[in-house]
Design a protein around this ligand. Structure first.
Ligand code: ZN
Length: 596
């Protein structure tokens, strides 16, 4: 039996190390990162980088193909592989990309397998091979340029054939949506400077882009409301000193130091008009008497002073003596010192100026001597009650392929609190640009031909939620889809955090669907925790629930605590639960009949 031939190094080619570990290690890294469940990605920026949209896919595969090319062309064991290194690398990388998509699809990781991703992988590999072939030809002074050009042309052709990226749940796009809605140009999406209409115009554009079918002309369901607004002047100044203009001044910043209460009236006051009231004052007859005596100056039928209510006790009228309560009702202005500024929207306007301010050393210093003449102040608040202001809901649908008359509904309100004077607006990033962004990502998902739902999925963007669920109440009174045809409704409001999971309003009432939600979350670990809640009139699901439509309201918990204030900005949002909430709602809707 002849001995097997021993492989000998070729004399003309000295042995070179192929460094096979490089491409293998890279491939392992890619596998680990792409097959990690979406919500386990440590922080958003890394997640975004590896969310594997087109560019990231191509980039990762340029590196993979480059390392493989390097390794294969150096090895001597399989000369045929080295000879056809370009073809081997491109085919091999593409197969590897296909394996990743297949695994993502089958392992249920909250990540989605995708054909455009695979195409990006192949493009990345072809680019790398094209460039390296050209480089090798140049080094060897051979004429291998034709092959290089072939690879690069192939890559370019594939790139131009790639459909415009319209991927669902694209995190950079989510950030852009939130930033756009929270931008100064939207004026807090309220009723000053047409903020609500500007936001609606932007969102109409997004619905059009997704080619959703309108449920009303131009997606728009108009309605009107009465709403109190603060369009311009918002001044509150204090000055210390007996000679006006010479003492130290303190100017409170609207939004930061103080806000107008939602139903505040407008008005101007200046002079020594501040009077203080705290629990100590009202606890003795002498204190009450002094308060009544020092606040009794009338002008135009009103007691012309601003009463500063220093603590919670005196802010609850039930605790106050009758005479004090009556005086408070008829003074020109009231200022409540509160631990946090939380703005809202009202449909009515009080005759009084009503302000809220954070505790401030200056306020307490002037608070001590009740009738000190040393303090003067100026207050000028412009409040305008707009009657029958026209705003709008937006409504779109993706028709079901099998049961078009049966609806699943996703809702989110896009309005917010508008402006607090001419320099300050409420961005409302978490409330509810985040929910709108999630609704648009779900719409993008179901708008893709391969995800066309079996039953219809409607997307409703409500106006005037902050004014008391006005838009959703109007929709329920004048429904654009028959309410009894709605199988389930998911309302999204406050989706910008999620470090502590999410709460499901109505989860305690609708046990079977809630258990399905929990099972999905347990299986895919979308969110750290789900907590059920009972009935609550705290967002747009409520008018629907009351009308008998089965509905959940989902909101995320943890992270930023900014709420109805000027700090609810996009940069404060971690979006920690966004991808998880997307996967959870999508799977839930699919289970309810949205999947083919
Ligand atoms: Zn909200």
């Amino acid at each position: 039996m002849p001995a097997p031939p021993t492989p000998k190094p070729l004399p003309t080619l000295p042995p070179r190390r192929p460094y096979a570990a490089l491409p293998i290690l890279w491939a392992i890294l890619v596998l680990v990162l792409t097959l990690t469940p979406a919500q386990e990605m440590p922080i958003t920026p890394v997640w975004e980088l590896l969310s594997f949209d087109t560019a990231a896919h191509a980039g990762v595969f340029v590196v993979l193909a480059g390392l493989s090319w390097f390794s294969l062309s150096r090895q001597r064991r399989w000369p045929r592989l080295a000879r056809h290194v370009g073809l081997v690398v491109v085919v091999g990388s593409t197969l590897f990309g296909g394996l990743i998509e297949l695994l993502q699809h089958t392992m249920g990781l909250g990540r989605q397998g995708d054909w455009t991703d695979l195409l990006s992988d192949a493009i990345g590999a072809a680019v790398a091979v094209g460039v390296l072939t050209a480089w090798a030809s140049w080094r060897a002074r051979r004429t291998g340029y034709a092959a290089a050009m072939l690879w690069l042309t192939g890559a370019a052709a594939a790139m131009s054939a790639t459909p415009a990226p319209a991927k669902a749940q694209d995190m950079p796009r989510v950030r852009r949506t939130i930033e756009k809605l929270a931008a100064p140009q939207m004026h807090g999406r309220g009723y000053v400077k047409d903020g609500d209409k500007k936001a609606a115009a932007y969102l109409r554009g997004r619905l059009k882009e997704l080619k959703l079918e309108p449920l009303a002309p131009d997606y728009t369901q108009p309605f009107t409301l009465d709403v109190n607004t603060f369009p311009s002047k918002m001044d509150f100044r204090l000055e210390h000193g007996f000679v006006p203009g010479l003492g130290p001044k303190w100017r409170l910043q609207p939004g930061r130091d103080f806000i107008a209460t939602a139903n505040s009236g407008g008005g101007q006051l200046s002079g020594r008009f501040l009077r203080y009231l705290d629990s100590v004052t009202v606890s003795t007859p002498a204190g009450v008497e002094e308060f009544l005596r020092t606040s009794q100056f009338k002008r135009d039928g009103q007691y012309s002073c601003m009463v500063v209510l220093l603590d919670r006790y005196v802010q609850q009228p039930a605790h106050l003596p009758e005479a004090v309560r009556a005086r408070l009702d008829s003074v020109a202005a009231v200022l409540r010192v509160v631990p946090k500024l939380t703005a809202s929207v009202a449909a009515t306007q009080s005759k009084q100026v009503q302000l809220e301010a954070l505790p401030h050393p200056m306020l307490h210093r002037i608070g001590a001597p009740i009738s000190s003449p040393a303090w003067t102040s100026t207050t000028a608040i412009d409040a305008q009650l707009r009657r029958n202001y026209q705003t709008q809901n937006l409504a779109a649908v993706i028709r079901g392929t099998a049961q078009p008359d049966s609806f699943l509904v996703v809702t989110a309100h896009y309005d917010h609190l508008g402006r607090m004077g001419k320099d300050v607006y409420f961005p409302g990033a978490n409330d509810n640009a985040s929910g709108v962004a999630l609704l648009l990502e779900l719409a993008a998902h179901y708008a893709r031909p391969e995800n066309r739902p079996a039953c219809s999925v409607a997307f409703l963007l409500f106006g005037a939620e902050e004014a008391g669920l006005v838009g959703s109440r109007y929709f329920v009174a004048k429904p654009l889809v028959p309410l009894q045809r709605i199988k389930f409704l998911v309302n999204l409001d406050l989706l910008g955090t999620g470090e502590q999971g999410a709460t499901v309003v109505n989860g305690r009432l609708l046990e079977a669907p809630y258990q399905r939600l929990v099972a999905l979350n347990d299986a895919h670990r979308y969110l750290p925790q789900l907590a059920p809640r009972g009935r609550a009139a705290n967002s747009d699901h409520f008018p629907f629930s009351e009308a008998g439509v089965p509905a959940f309201f989902l909101y995320t918990r943890g992270g930023s605590t900014a709420y109805h204030d000027v700090n609810d900005r996009p940069e404060a949002l971690s979006l920690a639960g966004f991808a998880g909430a997307f996967g959870l709602v999508r799977d839930f809707l699919n289970g309810m009949g949205a999947a083919k």
